[in-house]
Design a protein around this ligand. Structure first.
Ligand SMILES: [Zn+2]
Length: 180
């Protein structure tokens, strides 16, 4: 696999999805509980899943979450740089149009995800700035995300889910007021 060095938008989507599989986001239920779930996650993002190492992925998930939760520029750059340690050589994508990096031989799925998350964070810091690392705006949600939208006004870690939860809560609150 090769990861385009300028494709931080895709990479940030993977990093965001990864941190939001954590048990604290799902009331204690891990959404990456086993190797089958991990293979499904990789598949969903078109990431090959060679040698799988679930515990390393869980550790990586916690590391990435910690970085998003403490969006200090130096901390993000240092942390993200060490996430890229599975990088092997720099190359060009198959069509020759963009810089890319290939992981070292024998890289595991956690190595690949680490590399992707490192590129995600470095790209987002460079292009968008540290204010794009945020906690979910839904009061009942413990999720976090990297906002790569153009206007930078994303509010929820899983917009379809958390945005709807907030809408439903607001709707209920309005009705309560009317009835009172
Ligand atoms: Zn959320």
């Amino acid at each position: 696999m090769q990861v385009a060095l300028d494709d931080y938008v895709w990479a940030a989507g993977v990093a965001t999805d990864l941190v939001n599989t954590a048990p604290e986001v799902w009331h204690g239920e891990d959404h990456l509980p086993d190797l089958a779930a991990l293979a499904g996650f990789a598949d969903l993002h078109s990431i090959p899943s060679p040698a799988s190492d679930l515990r390393a992925v869980h550790r990586l998930r916690a590391t990435v979450r910690n970085l998003i939760d403490h969006p200090d520029r130096e901390h993000l750059i240092t942390g993200a740089s060490s996430l890229t340690s599975p990088a092997g050589h720099v190359t060009l994508l198959a069509d020759g149009t963009r810089w890319a990096v290939a992981p070292q031989r024998g890289a595991t799925i956690s190595d690949l995800l680490s590399l992707i998350c490192g590129i995600a964070i470095l790209g987002a810091v460079q292009t968008l700035g540290v204010e794009r690392f945020r906690a979910c705006g839904a009061p009942t949600c413990q999720g976090a995300f990297i906002d790569t939208t153009r206007p930078g006004r994303r509010r929820y870690c899983m917009p379809g889910l958390c945005g709807n939860r907030v809408n439903v809560a607001n709707h209920r609150a309005r009705f309560k007021h009317r009835d009172a």
